[in-house]
Ligand binder design. Structure first.
Ligand SMILES: [Zn+2]
Ligand SMILES: [Zn+2]
Length: 775
């Protein structure tokens, strides 16, 4: 029997279907699906592993478990062990059961470093029960779950690549050592214990640095005022139009006023110039350009875009989404793919590209492992769920655009003299959309201006006017831009970048989109930059990425690279200990700032302040015993009955993302207001005011009561309906009840989004409910 091991259950099923010509059947072994068939070559079984079988971990001894600063050097040098991953027992049993019966083994995991490592793990799991399989081992490499690719891969089986697997293995080890050593060290130094530990990562911390640096630039920005001057000219066509003064920005108000005074009606058109310009069609997508586009064109974060692309790949609709390549290899069936795509009405506009020989664009990067991302299956986007449909459509349109003609636009500029001053007006019209006819995202709206001739006299409509503006700080980095910067600085890989950004959100170092660093995030980065620069900047981590590439190229061994990394960790740890006290203080202050939500109005009204006269504030407090978070006033003292006993329950940060919205609610002006969102679930955040009597909260409760009443009524009606049906002895047609089931499911999802769970916004009355502070 031949045993094929793939990475996902989905790919196992697809490969079985393709290789068996649809004859495969699904069986279960220890609840794991196994796909089987028999043909002239004998019996075959295919199993998906669902990712890694084993993970790397520190030895079980106490010295590696305890969080103590003096144990960290030992932790860095600890011999790492391999241990089973939770929940993988059944898969291992199922694989080994098949391996015992097998006489040959094919690894068909994803074709990248991670896939190679999972393949190696699968091999070891099999050899444990059947050592005879080793010499039979083969590797199937494919870039898409299509008939051509899969049949091609199994007709040309390759060998498993140990260098590729070792490169992935080195990353696992290095990231484990860095993460464990510095997460413990920084948490211990900053006294951030328990669930509040501070996660630190080799790639994560420099990435945070990119975000914080931009934020600091924004904060350092000093707004500078300037003025812009406009005039409205009448046109014989009856369409008057606005023109801008030839001076883009007046930095001096006096000069702007003088230009305004010097403007005299009528104006004379001095010159009209037109220029045609062409823009070339875009190059094929690789992971990076796809992530950037999904973010800028569709507003989908890199992490989500990759998840959706992975789904589309698993379904066989697009090629493997993790690729550096931007040049189509000769082997791709380009014409056939285009032909099938333009049969879909949504993409029919691209049909003319088949009328001429195909000359696709090329990017700069080539990588023989995978082709650029392209659609492998033509379907109506409407057949897919919302965001998946949009991502599929983007990939198809981009693919078709790479065969398109340039877009031709014409821009026109007219200069108009009015008194001593000159004004100009500019228009831009698309003459031939070219590739933008199918890649519609690239097409800009026409900005037409009326026809103007040199010497033409135009009266000024009303008075010219000045608009005062001020310079803006640089914009925050979008996630797409961040992924791009990480790529440029060698931070992470195309496969890991989106997850690293997500981690910054999970650890609450950044919030909102585009990412905005929290006070904790800023403090951590600034402390690292000052005392542990290797952890703050990209140089060192990029050089390690380079060494991992050298493992894949067989220029270095895994052990050498992991050893190099250990040396760097030791050095960095020493730096950290030297700055221990100052570092601790900086981070502590940052964390403290993040806990403050806004002023305490009750204290303000009572004239209560802190000893130094500064106002009391409402802040997030974590009860020591229960670990629960609540909001309390800094003006509370355990043994002073006259102190401020304001407390409010809050959505627990472990389950909800709570981000500040207003320091003082703009509706009731009594308490701070926050945005709340369920962690790890799509859906909109809702606004929570801590004041129970706030009109916004009263309204929220009323709406909720209405919804509950409506649900109750619907339930009653359904029960009555069913009772009626039972009485009359008639069963409903199956089809109808099926349809009903579906609609009720949609409703619950919609209801869940619109109907946030009750978070208990009632006031905690007793001051005794509050955990006393130390001192
Ligand atoms: Zn107070
Ligand atoms: Zn309010």
């Amino acid at each position: 029997m031949r045993l094929i091991i793939t990475e996902k259950n989905n790919s196992a099923q697809k490969i079985a279907e393709i290789l068996s010509n649809g004859a495969s059947t699904e069986t279960k072994s220890f609840t794991v699906p196994v796909f089987r068939w028999e043909d002239s070559d004998g019996e075959t079984a295919v199993i998906g592993t669902g990712g890694h079988f084993v993970g790397r971990e520190f030895p079980q001894e106490k010295e590696y478990k305890q969080w103590k600063l003096d144990l960290i050097p030992g932790l860095i040098d600890a011999p790492l062990e391999t241990g089973p991953i939770d929940g993988k027992k059944n898969v291992i049993k199922a694989v080994q059961k098949e391996a015992k019966k097998a006489d040959s083994l094919v690894i068909g995991t994803d074709f990248d470093r991670e896939g190679e490592l999972i393949g190696l793990e699968a091999l070891e799991v099999c050899l444990d029960v059947n050592a005879d399989l080793e010499p039979t081992l083969k590797r199937a490499r494919y870039s898409a779950l299509t008939k051509e690719e899969i049949e091609g891969a199994f007709d040309n089986l390759d060998e498993l690549s140990y260098p590729l697997a070792n490169a992935a293995g080195a990353r696992q080890d290095i990231d484990l050592i860095w993460g464990a050593a510095f997460t413990r060290a920084v948490s211990l130094v900053a006294k951030a214990y328990g669930a509040n530990f501070l996660s630190v990562g080799r790639v994560q911390s420099p990435t945070l640095g990119l975000i914080v640096e931009r934020e600091l630039e924004r904060r350092a920005h000093v707004a500078k005022p300037y003025w812009e001057l406009f005039a409205k000219f009448e046109h014989p066509s009856g369409h008057s139009f606005e023109a801008h003064h030839a001076t883009d920005k007046f930095w001096d108000k006096g000069e702007a006023d003088a230009a305004l005074k010097g403007t005299v009606s009528p104006g004379t058109v001095k010159s009209v110039t037109s220029r045609k310009s062409t823009s070339k069609p875009p190059s094929p997508y690789n992971t990076n350009s796809f992530q950037v586009d999904a973010s800028s064109r569709l507003g989908i974060t890199p992490k989500r875009a990759m998840d959706l692309a992975q789904d589309l790949y698993d379904d066989g609709f697009i090629s493997y989404p993790r690729t550096d390549n931007t040049i189509y290899p000769d082997s791709l069936p380009l014409e056939k793919t285009i032909r099938s795509l333009v049969k879909i009405k949504d993409f029919a506009a691209a049909a003319p590209i088949l009328e001429k020989p195909l000359h696709p664009t090329q990017g700069k990067k080539f990588d023989a492992a995978h082709p650029p991302i392209y659609p492998t299956h033509a379907l109506y986007p409407s057949a897919l769920d919302g965001p998946k449909a949009r991502v599929y459509e983007l990939i198809v349109r981009r693919f078709l655009a790479t065969f398109g003609e340039p877009m031709v636009t014409e821009s026109t500029r007219a200069d108009i003299e009015a008194g001593s001053e000159t004004y100009f007006v500019r228009g831009k019209v698309v003459l031939d959309p070219g590739y933008a006819g199918i890649y519609t995202y690239a097409r800009s709206a026409d900005e037409e201006i009326p026809a103007l001739e040199e010497g033409q006299q135009l009266a000024i409509d009303g008075a010219p006017w000045l608009i005062d503006k001020e310079t803006q700080p640089p914009a925050r980095l979008s996630e797409a831009k961040l992924v791009q910067l990480m790529d440029e600085q060698g931070l992470g890989t195309k496969a890991t970048r989106p997850d690293i950004i997500q981690k910054l959100y999970n650890r609450r170092y950044v919030r909102n989109h585009p990412p905005e660093p929290t006070a904790t995030g800023i403090a951590m980065y600034e402390a690292f930059k000052e005392y542990v620069p290797d952890m703050a900047t990209s140089a060192m981590t990029a050089s390690l990425e380079g060494e991992m590439d050298e493992i894949a190229e067989e220029k270095m061994t895994k052990d050498e690279v992991v050893e190099d990394s250990r040396k760097l960790v030791h050095k960095t740890f020493k730096d950290l200990l030297q700055g221990e006290e100052a570092l601790s203080k900086m981070i502590w202050e940052g964390m403290d700032k993040d806990r403050i939500l806004g002023p305490c109005i009750v204290c303000q009204e009572a004239g209560r302040t802190k000893e130094d006269g500064s106002p009391n504030v409402l802040r997030i407090i974590r009860a020591k015993k229960s670990g629960k978070s609540f909001v309390g006033c800094t003006g509370w003292e355990a043994d002073n009955p006259d102190s401020c006993d304001q407390t409010f329950p809050m959505p627990q940060p472990n389950f909800y993302e709570v981000t500040p919205l207003e320091e003082n609610c703009s509706i009731c002006h009594r308490t701070p207001r926050v945005n709340v969102k369920t962690r790890g679930r799509a859906g909109r955040p809702w606004k929570l005011c801590f004041n129970d009597d706030c009109p916004t909260m009263v309204e929220m409760r009323e709406k909720k009561a209405e919804r509950l009443a409506a649900q109750e009524a619907a339930k009653k009606a359904k029960e009555l309906d069913e009772a009626e049906a039972k009485k009359s002895g008639k069963k409903k047609p199956a089809k109808k009840s099926g349809a009903r089931k579906k609609s009720s499911k949609t409703k619950t999802v919609a209801a869940r989004i619109a109907n946030p769970p009750d978070l208990g916004t009632r006031r905690v009355k007793k001051a005794g409910a509050r955990k006393p502070k130390k001192g």
